[in-house]
Design a protein around this ligand. Structure first.
Ligand code: C5P
Length: 237
């Protein structure tokens, strides 16, 4: 696997747009200030797999398609996206151990030592405790995040996606090894949008995150490169 454990917390800019030209423009302008770019469902579904290779000319790609299906189908999807050489990809931890094991095997078969890191999404950062309970999960986000984290890592995931609120909980329980990728990050004073469990970049980095996934605070800013540079400077300070 390509090692994507940074020495200090880095930024992944989420290129959330259906317009490939806009995504490429953002990637080019933001690249000096971030370590990776994220291709998510909106861009991938509109532009197709080729966009992954296109934006990878600027920065390595975090391919966030959050696979969740039967093991055979997820293994096939992982093999398919390995052809575009993403640095990291996501699946839902709730898909269970056989699905995660199948994804890991498929990545190894398709890409060998250059396989993408496999990250398990725990509980989406937009979920509140009440919304999680509505889905039948009692005990609150923290308990569910830790349950899915343990399951995913023992099934072969390299890391986890969690909200800023669970970073120190995971570090305390599971140590430094898992790659922790954290969306739901909001610089002080910026709009939360649909995110529920948020914190600032500095707080999230101090808690032990490896990567911060930041979308709208960068891309909705009239000057995205300056917004990314300001967040990078706040982390360096
Ligand atoms: O615009 P914003 O900073 O909220 O974007 C966060 C990005 O992280 C979005 O692309 C979203 O899909 C992604 N994400 C998330 N929560 C997760 C996993 C990924 O918000 N649990």
């Amino acid at each position: 696997m390509t090692a994507f454990k940074p020495n200090r917390c880095g930024i992944i800019a989420a290129l959330d747009t259906p317009d490939p030209a806009k995504a490429l423009g953002w990637a080019e302008n933001i690249a000096p200030h971030v370590g990776m770019v994220k291709v998510g469902l909106e861009l991938f579904c509109a532009a197709g797999p080729g966009i992954v290779r296109d934006v990878a000319r600027h920065r390595p790609v975090f391919l966030d398609l959050k696979f969740h299906d039967i093991p055979n189908t997820v293994a096939g999807a992982v093999r398919s996206v390995c052809a575009t050489a993403p640095a990291m990809l996501t699946l839902h931890g709730g898909g269970g151990a056989p699905m995660i094991q199948a994804a890991r095997r498929a990545a190894e078969e398709a890409a060998g030592p250059r396989r993408p890191a496999i990250l398990a999404v725990t509980v989406l950062t937009s979920f509140t405790a009440a919304q999680l309970a509505e889905t039948g999960v009692s005990g609150g986000p923290s308990q569910q995040v830790l349950r899915l984290a343990r399951l995913a890592l023992s099934a072969g995931a390299d890391g986890l996606v969690c909200s800023p609120h669970e970073v120190s909980l995971i570090r305390d329980a599971l140590g430094e090894a898992p790659l922790l990728v954290v969306p739901g990050v909001r610089p002080a004073g910026s709009d939360k949008g649909d995110q529920a469990r948020t914190a600032t970049p500095e707080e999230t980095a101090a808690a032990g995150a490896d990567w911060l996934v930041i979308g709208r605070p960068i891309t909705a800013n009239p000057a995205p490169a300056q917004a990314a540079a300001a967040i990078a400077a706040s982390l360096a300070g």
